[in-house]
Design a protein around this ligand. Structure first.
Ligand SMILES: Cc1ncc(COP(=O)(O)O)c(C=O)c1O
Length: 370
């Protein structure tokens, strides 16, 4: 029987995730599998929690990787904190805010959505007015809206919420590891991310962190967490000192995340973030030289996710197909209302390197030449 794995090509991953995986992380993934209660593995778990806290800039005890992709992190955040009838406000400006709404609705929350035009950020004054009118159990926002390439004002909304009873929930699936995230300084109570974007590890884990205030809500729930697999009261018993079996940890994925975080911390987070900014500038310059326009205004752009307007008369899908087949490069298309209108070019983690931008520019020049 033919083994399909033998023919996997080396594709330059410049889409919205997954991003390129460094060789050190591939090596880590193929290390010997240990038992999930093995004392050496427990040591790795302890170090992993410390590294996640460092990258999130938090001292929260309840900080651990959920087994599952970024969406599992989102589900875990909401399912542990929402009870039926709880008022939840979502500041929404893209697909992942829509997903938050969907998740919170399914839990029976009374969800209100404050929507901003896609391609623009959450606007502070409008959000402030809305927040001032009512007491919400949770106020949620996406830091880096991967569907549009917009950076939302996470720190600023956090200052508005200082001293408030609401829990501040932030999605950093695309941001973490590529731009600053200061969970404690920004008054964030619940934060989740994913491994396959700027952490440059394959998809499969979702680092999450809960503040003391969020833990308090979790402890004082009137109803059981309605999802057994994502119940943090149970999962934290395994990740805490008691080591009570809940589910078998994805041991090798955790090695991968360990190595990915180590690489970022060794390079230095500040250096990693400025590398992302510089490579983003190089990309934008190259795109503009080709006559292409960015969707998002300069000051609100994300470095790691670049939304580029498809020029009039160009079939966006055939460009992506040619990039993939002829040049072995993957970029993303638009989602929802932006489908067919934009390309999404990712410069996440290990992908954020000048040689990758140069390779993409050469390919686009060839494809788009008249
Ligand atoms: C901002 C954001 N949140 C959540 C998710 C969901 O993550 P996953 O696809 O890993 O489940 C994504 C994925 O692209 C994302 O970009």
């Amino acid at each position: 029987m033919k083994n399909l794995l033998d023919d996997i090509e080396e594709i330059l991953l410049m889409g919205p995730g997954p991003s390129c995986v460094p060789p050190e992380v591939y090596r880590a993934l193929s290390q010997k599998t240990l038992g999930h209660l093995d004392p050496y593995f427990l040591e790795i778990m302890e170090e992993l929690k410390i590294m996640i806290r460092r990258i999130m800039n938090t001292a929260n005890t309840l900080t651990l990787p959920i087994s599952g992709t970024g969406s599992a992190g989102m589900e875990a955040a909401f399912v542990n904190l929402v009870e039926p009838g709880d008022p939840v406000l979502i500041l929404l400006n893209g697909v992942f805010g829509v997903r938050m709404n969907e998740v919170a609705q399914r839990l029976g929350a009374q969800v209100e959505v404050l929507e901003f035009p896609w391609g623009t950020p959450v606007e502070l004054q409008t959000a402030e007015k809305k927040i001032g009118r009512k007491s919400y159990q949770i106020i949620a926002m996406v830091q880096a809206e991967t569907s549009t390439g917009v950076r939302n004002p996470v720190a600023e909304i956090g200052s508005l919420l200082k001293g408030s009873d609401s829990l501040y929930l932030v999605d950093t699936v695309t941001g973490l590891g590529g731009m600053e995230v200061r969970m404690d300084d920004w008054n964030i109570d619940v934060l989740y991310s994913g491994t396959q974007k700027c952490l440059s590890c394959p998809p499969g884990l979702a680092p999450v962190s809960f503040s003391q205030k969020a833990m308090q809500k979790l402890k004082s729930r009137k109803t059981k967490v309605p999802n057994w697999y994502l119940d943090l009261t149970l999962i934290s018993e395994y990740w805490g000192q008691n080591r009570v079996y809940h589910h078998t940890a994805p041991v090798n994925m955790l090695y991968g995340l360990y190595q990915a975080l180590l690489l970022i911390l060794e390079e230095g987070p500040e250096k990693v973030f400025s590398r992302h900014r510089e490579i983003h500038q190089a990309l934008v310059q190259g795109l503009e030289e080709l006559g292409l326009k960015m969707l998002v205004e300069e000051q609100f752009r994300l470095p790691m996710l670049n939304a580029v307007c498809v020029p009039e008369g160009v079939d966006e899908l055939s460009v992506r197909k040619r990039l993939r087949s002829q040049f072995k490069i993957e970029i993303g298309g638009g989602l929802g209302p932006l489908a067919g209108k934009i390309w999404r070019i990712g410069l996440m983690g290990h992908t954020a390197r000048k040689e990758n931008v140069d390779r993409l520019m050469e390919a686009l020049q060839e494809i788009l030449k008249k």
